[in-house]
Design a protein around this ligand. Sequence first.
Ligand code: SAM
Ligand code: SF4
Length: 324
Amino acid sequence: MAHHLTLRGSAPYLDKGQKLGTKEIDYIMLNLPFKCNYNCIKCCNRRRKYKAGHLELSKIKSYILKCKNLGARVVVIAGEGEPTINKNFRELVKFINKIELIPYIFTNGSMLNQELGLFLAENNATLVINLDTLKEDEYDSLVDKKGSFKNLMENIEVIRRVYGKKIYTFDGCRITFLAINLVLNNENYDQVNKIKEFCGKDILFVVNKPINIGSASESWNKYDKTSDIVINAGASYPLGTLAEGDQCAYMRNGISIGSDGKVLTCAYALETQDLYGDVDNDIESMRKKVLKSVDNFYKKYGTSRCILRHPKYHEFINFNKAMK
Ligand SMILES: C[S@@+](CC[C@H](N)C(=O)[O-])C[C@H]1O[C@@H](n2cnc3c(N)ncnc32)[C@H](O)[C@@H]1O
Ligand code: SF4
């Protein structure tokens, strides 16, 4: 029997163990202060206007423990920049694994050499590596760094060897710890099937639509045709969504924590840092505030699976300020 490939820590994976929403919270979406070794044209977090914060690691750990007590099972290290170059990265991953939560890391893959790969595998980290094209020159130009495609290909080869050994079967699914995430632009639709093939049977492949924020907004003419494309052609559903779901579980069933310890609507909704309050407050009431702000907005402007991809997202802040 062919087993369906599922990513450890994704919404479909969690739902198998215990239905999403059974406890107050399933996901913690965590940001570390923006620092990156790439300059991606599409980056939703570059050139954002907000006040960055630098929380002590002990504070971050206490927030994670607080959320664990409310049922959190996964810590998504979402950004803001490249987590693997943050000074606290390794200690954070070790801590998350030690308290038996799933470290779930978005990365550009540039630092994933054998040594880091073994460390991450040992600490049961799920990796979501971004790859928008297999064309070398195009890739280097998208991330604005020569030689980065070659480096990434070498790293993926090493990582898939290390991570291949971790695949296991659960409830009729093959559970992998490795995903590749392609973000669509106007030019890379031809790469969808190529990268899907590249992922083979051991890496989960997912396609995402671009978000019109950060530096992506400055070159939106390179992304504006993607809404016409059927994104799930042969690829998995967005990792934070159940196949039948129309809402993002990272948000509906989680809490997003900014680099300054403020609650955000979603990890990449940086401009919402003054809307809700500090994560030091009662998490349940913070979550109620977040969901109310989104639901009120959807009632007026129509629903969207992802608040950031809502065509009127840029009005979200003023809408909520007016509601206060
Ligand atoms: C902000 S990045 C941070 C992690 C890491 N630096 C990376 O690039 O994978 C997290 C994810 O968001 C994706 N991303 C960045 N900008 C985006 C945009 N404008 N629209 C959609 N996805 C975006 C990246 O490709 C990556 O998969
Ligand atoms: S998308 Fe990731 S790798 Fe690219 S600039 Fe942004 S944070 Fe860095």
